[in-house]
Design a protein around this ligand. Structure first.
Ligand SMILES: Cc1ncc(COP(=O)(O)O)c(C=O)c1O
Length: 371
């Protein structure tokens, strides 16, 4: 195991006790911790409700199904995202249409929306990548004007604010993920939030084989995407500490920015965001040089016991997508320039200043060895 890992959850003794309490009870699924976790999430996201599920992927699946996305529909989303966003579109039998990103924020470039839209477009999935909130106004306006559904993939951004609103609260629905590297964790887990009670009720039924208070939904295929009580208990404890996590992660991001400011051969992301608050999920920089150099840097740092990540490969260049959904050459210039050169540094709530100094010193050594 790496001496300085890429990511690490932060679980308190109180949270462990909360999980143990559930395990000692007889209620391990669909109990009071689920209700409590969903209520706390909804409140945190300024939404009328939340539906906790077994992963961020399950949350994406459910909301696309609830919005009736299916074969023949086109969905606009960035190629520069975790592949789960796009896989969910394809599982519905719909077609992903890839939009380019902005060079500084690495978030979706709304100015590219007009190129991507057609008479088959049904929805846009915005991704608040790396916890950096997308400026939503132009996208909301575009979706309204073109009668499109808007889904916020906020799996990486719980707690981020955009133009005064929590991410996830502005589209038809928002989704979150609670994998152990995320801003809060339930082990595996995810959630849908929305201000639309009908959409929430549909997602809640689909989560549980299509069952609701009246029986089975006759016209929909349900799933078991439930989140067990011990996971919900952990989620309740983690969510109560989200502000503390966000503060410590912001401090760690500022420290990396300071330590790396004069390092040649790298570009850093903007340390702040004019329209809101970043929920620092990961700390990603871009290296000068080809992908082979980035991969070499990752390998050399691994030999020193420091784990780096290669977030994210461009989805449209993965074999599966390249073969089935070919993108015209030159349509995603920023994505193709940046993907393959990004590196995620070790980043987690409890990272120490000393660990960050070690990461930066060793990175500087590796980078200068090339010149
Ligand atoms: C942007 C994005 N979307 C979706 C997901 C899927 O979440 P999960 O891994 O919980 O299924 C992730 C998780 O890493 C993600 O980063």
């Amino acid at each position: 195991m790496a001496e300085i890992p890429l990511a690490q959850p932060d679980i308190s003794e109180q949270e462990i006790a909360g999980v143990a309490e559930v395990l000692r009870s007889t209620r391990l699924s669909q109990g009071p911790r689920l209700v409590e976790f969903e209520a706390a999430l909804a409140k945190r996201c300024s939404c009328s409700g939340a539906v906790a599920v077994s992963s961020g992927t399950a949350a994406l699946d459910l909301c696309l199904q609830a919005l009736d996305i299916g074969p023949g529909d086109e969905i606009i989303t960035p190629s520069f995202t975790f592949v789960a966003t796009v896989n969910a579109i394809v599982r519905r039998g719909a077609t992903p249409v890839f939009i380019d990103i902005c060079r500084d924020t690495m978030n979706m470039d709304w100015a590219d929306l007009a190129r991507c839209v057609s008479d088959r477009t049904r929805a846009v999935i915005v991704v608040h990548l790396y916890g950096r909130p997308v400026a939503m106004d132009p996208i909301l306006e575009f979706c309204r004007a073109n009668d499109l559904k808007l889904i916020e993939d906020a799996c990486e951004a719980l707690g981020a604010i955009t133009d005064g609103s929590p991410v996830g609260s502005l589209g038809d629905c928002g989704v979150f993920g609670f994998y152990p590297n995320k801003l809060i964790t339930t082990g595996e887990g995810g959630a849908i939030v929305s201000r639309d009670p009908e959409l929430l009720a549909l997602c809640r039924a689909l989560r549980n084989q299509g069952r609701n208070a009246k029986g089975f939904l006759a016209d929909r295929l349900g799933h078991n995407y439930r989140l067990a009580e011990p996971a919900c208990a952990l989620g309740v404890g983690q969510l109560a500490r989200l502000d503390e996590f966000l503060e410590r992660r912001t401090e760690a991001a500022i420290r990396y920015n300071r330590l790396l400011a004069k390092l040649p051969g790298v570009s850093l992301s903007p340390p702040d965001c004019s329209h809101g608050r970043i929920a620092w999920f990961v700390y990603v920089l871009t290296l000068d040089g080809p992908q082979s150099w980035r991969d070499q840097v990752i390998a050399e740092m691994a030999r020193k016991g420091i784990e780096l990540g290669d977030y994210f490969p461009a989805v449209h260049l993965l074999d599966f997508y390249g073969q089935r959904y070919p993108t015209l050459p030159g349509t995603l210039p920023v994505t193709e320039d940046i993907a393959g050169r990004t590196v995620a540094l070790p980043f987690f709530t409890a990272i120490t200043a000393k660990q960050q100094v070690t990461v930066c010193d060793e990175l500087a050594r590796v980078l200068t060895s090339r010149r």
